[in-house]
Design a protein around this ligand. Structure first.
Ligand SMILES: C[S@@+](CC[C@H](N)C(=O)[O-])C[C@H]1O[C@@H](n2cnc3c(N)ncnc32)[C@H](O)[C@@H]1O
Length: 409
């Protein structure tokens, strides 16, 4: 079903709101840190002196500086939002001007919906339904929910594009890549370009990038504007390793063991995104997985049986209706193809307040469903892994993530 004008309008508004969120990062984050500063003056004088001796105020100044460095990076992510082809009607930036003046394009013209680049082509399709509150055009005040998504995007950079994220990538992406190579071990590496691999919910694109650098034709799919804008910068506008430094951990003072941990600089990227081998085939498609690859996909681009491998990493639990997700994966997988999954079941729509459907199966039920739909599961195991965790923090969640490879019966 093609998007209606009101879907398109909602999409434009949401995109504008995301851009506004990025542009308000500095003001919002500095204000949050300033609250700590103001709270010092509410304390008895003697207590203020003790904190002074500890250097607490000086730490707050260092955090301000780190936020300004982040803001510079964040402003680069949204420096040219018009390339995403949206009709932008943005408010002025109310934050500190930490940019070099290049990020106020004003209303943008419409651009073609697809653009390619030597490193990763980003193709855009409509992705309505991918977001919560869209609101009205006009002045938008980012909520803490919006800012949280932005702060999570900074942490996602650690997972995907930093040296510090290597351990997490080795836990999650490596077994998936190994299973992919194993399944196609009969195909010589120089012929891998004939094999089409899909990575739905690609996040910042590292797994898809790695698969493309192994010689497979790889397409990532993602619908979050935060992720798409951020991955565009890293994949298409980054010309050196370690080009950017960010401070992803300065936004919360809880469970922090030391000032060093709070102010840990992260250098990104750890590899040169343009270093894909010549002839590599790598693309990112923007849009809702169910819309792009599901039954209602563009009849000119039939997806059925088109994908030799589908890699779902921390993705299945983003489903509102897992039955439909698995049906689509089954339908678009080529005969002899493989579906490789790794992830927990943190159902994203459980207890949502947007009246979205949510089906929340347990792991046994998901596996039974996969078998009912026509998959044969093998190499089932559990992989313990964190997700965007701060290895230097005092709190860490470990997921007992389910791994399997599956083929069509
Ligand atoms: C938990 S993250 C995992 C990201 C990445 N696979 C990783 O392992 O780091 C889930 C990702 O799926 C994306 N996503 C969720 N629902 C989607 C949908 N229906 N279509 C496309 N992407 C979706 C989210 O925006 C998010 O980037």
């Amino acid at each position: 079903m093609p998007p209606t004008p009101s879907d398109m309008e909602e999409e434009e508004i949401h995109f504008s709101n995301v851009i506004t969120t990025f542009r308000n990062y500095a003001q919002y984050s500095l204000a949050a840190n300033n609250r700590r500063r103001k709270d010092i003056y509410r304390l008895p004088h003697a207590d203020q002196e003790v904190l002074e001796k500890l250097g607490y105020k000086q730490k707050l100044d260092e955090v301000d500086n780190a936020i300004r460095v982040n803001a510079e990076f964040v402003s680069q992510i949204v420096a040219n939002p018009e390339i995403f082809g949206h009709d932008l009607q943005l408010d002025g930036d109310e934050g500190e001007d930490t940019s070099n003046g290049a990020d106020h394009p004003g209303p943008a013209h419409s651009h073609p919906h697809a653009h390619s680049h030597p490193h990763a082509s980003h193709t855009h399709t409509h992705s309505h339904g991918s977001h919560g509150a869209a609101g009205q055009r006009g002045k938008y005040k980012p909520t803490d929910f919006d800012m949280d998504k932005l702060r999570s995007t900074l942490k996602q950079f650690v997972r995907d594009w930093s040296e510090q994220g290597r351990e997490e990538r080795d836990a999650c992406y490596k077994p998936m890549k190994d299973a992919l190579v194993e399944h196609f071990s009969h195909v010589p590496p120089e012929e891998r370009g004939k094999l089409r691999v899909l990575v739905p919910g690609a996040g910042l694109g590292r797994l898809a990038y790695d698969v493309a650098s192994m010689g497979f034709a790889c397409q990532g799919n993602e619908f979050s504007h935060y992720m798409l804008l951020a991955s565009y910068l890293i994949l298409n506008r980054t010309d050196s390793i370690g080009k950017y430094t960010i401070y992803p951990y300065v936004h919360s003072f809880s469970n922090v063991p030391s000032r060093k941990a709070l102010l840990q600089p992260i250098s990104i990227p750890d590899v040169l995104p343009s270093a894909l081998p010549p002839g590599a085939n790598f693309s990112l498609v923007a849009g809702d997985f169910e819309e792009v690859y599901g039954a209602e996909a563009d009849p000119d681009e039939p997806q059925a049986g088109e994908w030799d491998a589908i890699l779902t990493c921390f993705f299945l639990d983003t489903a509102k209706n897992i039955v439909n997700y698995l049906r689509i994966i089954h339908r678009i997988l080529a005969p002899g193809g493989v579906w490789i999954n790794l992830g927990p079941l943190l159902w994203h729509f459980e207890n949502n307040n947007t009246n979205d459907t949510s089906v929340e199966l347990d792991l046994e039920e998901v596996k039974a469903l996969a078998r009912t739909i026509g998959f044969e599961l093998s190499t089932e195991r559990t992989i313990d892994t964190p997700y965007v965790s701060n290895s230097e923090g005092m709190l860490s969640y470990i997921y007992h993530a389910a791994f399997w490879t599956a083929t069509k019966i």
